[in-house]
Every structure is written in C-alpha cells, then in structure tokens.
Ligand binder design. Structure first.
Ligand SMILES: Nc1ncnc2c1ncn2[C@@H]1O[C@H](COP(=O)(O)OP(=O)(O)O)[C@@H](O)[C@H]1O
Ligand SMILES: [Mg+2]
Length: 229
C-alpha cells in the first residue's frame, strides 16, 4: 500500500506514493521546506481520514499555525481536529508525553512513550522535527539513535524524520537506516536562490533521482520538472 505525500508532483517521483508503514528521512538546509512538506504530509492524512502526530522541538503550535497560515492546504483546520496531535516537546504536555523523567537519558523510555502513543492512538502518519531532538534528549547518541529509529520502523505508522543537514555529503546513521531518503536543496543560480527536491533512495521502488524544481505556492510546496543531469 502507498500513501500520498500531499505534495503535488512528489508521488510521481516514487512510483505513485510512499510505501506505507515505513521510515523516511527528509534532509536539507534551513529554509529548504522540510517543515512545510511535513505538515502537508500530515494534512493529507487527515483529509484521508488517518490520524497524525507531529512532534516538534523547533516550533510551538502557535508558531507553526501562523507560519502555515499563508498557504491554503489547511494546516490550522487539520490540527484542530482530533485526528492530528501536535506536540511541542518543550511544552508541559510534551514533557509529560515524551520526556523521560530523571537524568537517565536512554532511548528506551523516550521510544516507549512515542511508540506507545502511536499504537494506542492508531496513529498512521508521524513527523519528528527533528533529529536534534535525539541529540538533545539522549546521551550516547549513536547507540540510542539506532534504537530510536529501529523502534519507529517497527510501528505501523508511516514516519517522516527531519534531519537538519548543511553538508550534502555528511550522511549519518538515519540515512542508512531509513527506507527512504529525500533531500531538499537550496542553491544559488543565476544570481537567485533556487529550490529543489531529490529522492535519493526508496527501497523496493523505482525512483526518479533527478533534482526537481520545487516551488512554494498558495497550496504549499509543489514539485516541478527535472533540472536535468
Ligand atoms: N507563502 C509562504 N509562506 C511561508 N513561508 C514561505 C512562503 N513562501 C516561501 N516561504 C519560505 O519557506 C521557508 C520555510 O520553509 P520551512 O519548511 O520552514 O523550511 P525548513 O523546515 O527546511 O527550515 C521560509 O524560509 C520562507 O521564506
Ligand atoms: Mg523546519
């Protein structure tokens, strides 16, 4: 089964949609559109009657509602329904839900809380924004990151994990462990800033790995034509 990304033109690059129940890493520099794409992905789920969870350590709910209010894809409406849970990990609700008590920062209590929430609420789409969450909350990051990712892969949900990345060749554990990796690009061309998106890997699927134009319009992000070799 495949799920629609909610981003016009993106499903076509991955054989018609993202294989469901898998873990995807979304990487790219600041401002390249990672958070926007992820909110579109969750809104699409709500539209299709699925439950979604957004775990954010970068933005409060009010901030993200405001940031997305310029687009017409309906984030605010979706987040007000019971279908979408937005958790700011620094809020009191976020602390209660996800932050392990005490100083002992192993992955298992964070993971158990997160996967427990996913399973008991029938969550089908999850966004974790971002892997900085792991660096912040977990000690011995390498070992714990692997445990965190492995547990997320085992849930039934389709998971998008945002990984901040400024050096496009600095691959980390999550890129190797994920079923799929999507890169967002921001580059200077002809004196202006251009945006692009590229599917680097998607297990079990024929993909178009070209960099495609990415535009921000009234309906959110949309993927355009290939920029060629
Ligand atoms: N209509 C719009 N509303 C809000 N942001 C927009 C709009 N058009 C372009 N943007 C740009 O989108 C960028 C935000 O993308 P975002 O998804 O937060 O990126 P990332 O999560 O990768 O840092 C901002 O830098 C903003 O300038
Ligand atoms: Mg962001």
């Amino acid at each position: 089964m495949r799920v629609s990304s909610g981003v016009s033109g993106l499903d076509e690059l991955v054989g018609g949609g993202l294989p469901a129940g898998r873990l995807y890493v979304l990487s790219g520099p600041p401002g390249s559109g990672k958070t926007t794409l992820s909110t579109q992905f969750l809104v699409e789920g709500v539209r299709e009657g699925e439950n979604g969870l957004f775990v954010s350590m970068h933005e409060s709910r009010a901030d993200i509602v405001e940031d997305m209010s310029g687009y017409g894809f309906g984030f605010e409406r979706a987040v007000e329904t019971d279908r979408m849970t937005f958790v700011d990990v620094f809020s009191s609700e976020g602390k209660r839900l996800f932050r392990p008590p005490g100083k002992h920062r192993d992955a298992s209590s964070l993971v158990n809380r997160l996967t427990g929430f996913i399973d008991s609420n029938g969550v089908e789409r999850v966004v974790v924004d971002s892997t900085m969450l792991l660096e912040h909350f977990l000690s011995d990051t390498d070992h714990n990151t692997i445990q965190f990712l492995t547990s997320l892969k085992r849930t039934d949900a389709t998971v998008v994990l945002i990984s901040e990345m400024t050096d496009p060749s600095a691959y980390t554990d999550e890129h190797y462990l994920a079923h799929g990796v999507v890169f967002m690009h921001n580059f200077l061309e002809d004196g202006g800033m251009q945006r692009g998106i590229q599917v680097l890997k998607m297990r079990g699927t024929q993909i178009d790995t070209d960099i495609h134009d990415l535009s921000f319009g009234g309906g959110g992000l949309s993927v355009g034509s290939s920029r060629g070799p």
